[in-house]
Design a protein around this ligand. Sequence first.
Ligand code: AOS
Ligand code: ZN
Ligand code: ZN
Length: 425
Amino acid sequence: MKITSDQINDLNNKHASRLNEEYDQLANRLVSRNIDLNDLDDKLSTFQIAIPSWALGTGGTRFGRFSGGGEPGSLEEKINDIGLLHKLNNSSGFISLHIPWDIPENYDHINQLAADLHLKFDSVNSNTFQDQPDSIHSYKFGSLDHHDNDTRQLAVDHNKEVIDHGERLGAKSLTVWLADGASFPGQKNFRKAFQNLSLSLQEIYNHLPEDWKLLIEYKPYEPNFYSMTIPDWGTSHLLAQQLGKKAYSLVDLGHHLPNTNIEQIVAILMHQNKLGGFHFNDSKYGDDDLTVGSLKPYQLFLIFNELVEGITNTDNITPAWMIDASHNLKDPLEDLIQSVEAILIAYCRALIIDQNALAYAQQNNDVAGCQEILQDAFMTDVRPLIAKNRLNNHASVNPLEAYRNLNVRETLIKERGSKQISSGL
Ligand code: AOS
Ligand code: ZN
Ligand code: ZN
């Protein structure tokens, strides 16, 4: 299935006059507040979010999985789905692959396919949380942190191979998420597990090409429920610091205990130039992996405030952005469209914060004033800015509506059938 520019133009034309009215009204207001709309437009156009290859199929819980049909069965079909998204929203131009789920059979072909759809490969992900069918060692009790050297070596070698695969795709970073930990007190010696992990990461780090980054994800619990070997940002940061300048922490929004001040973590990591990657999702209880912005849009906005502040005022690299959500009830592509939209809205709202006024209010201990400034930006409906930006970039003014009008899912089901199950979680 392909979506053509003509199809998008036809649908956009119906919205054009109303959108222009809404845009002009908002633009006038923002210009009067000294917001540089050209700069904002450039920032929106260049902001690209990676879609993980495992997010295109229906996810599940440990209790069941209810496929909606038309799922991609091959890497080609996964890339094609991301191409459809990117054609609609012009903001999902990166793919994040999981090895060994997505090892290309033919690199030239895969690279060409991605290039034809204006997509690039972002961070590659290793998998030492599952045993592979032919494996002689098991990750049941750990991988990079394992007390058994052969098991640890298997996990280290796997990560090195993932880097090699990534190099052939033009990727520039490796994301390591570990399931390593313990579910019961006494099961592991914390100090030794950390030491083993540290040695393993060092070996992987030494294999990184000069222009690559190692992104270290942390998580407080699950699949282990007593301890995780990288439970929090402090541990991730410590490891990244020990390894050197190519190592960074990766923040996944769902990987914090309830009520954690994630925006503060973001600010400090950026201050240390150590925020390398970001996984977006939303949650009410734990790592719920729900649609971005579906529950806590204000928190997402506060996080983007720190991201924008950090990008402007620190030397931190631009982090690798990725959606890390799971789709149990919704059509995965509709869910991804909504997540990308929520990210853009939060980003755009953060971009229109009056930073000078905020700094002035902070200097003067004007606490009420600070809140007014943040909430003024948050309460602003920035959707016309985003829609207009997409219109100018020949993408869809309303991607979800276009997706439905163009019968994308129905066509995919016709092409691929209703039974096929995509690889992934
Ligand atoms: C797991 O909870 C993490 O969020 C990972 O980033 C990711 O979901 C996993 O690597 C997917 O396989
Ligand atoms: Zn994640
Ligand atoms: Zn997660």
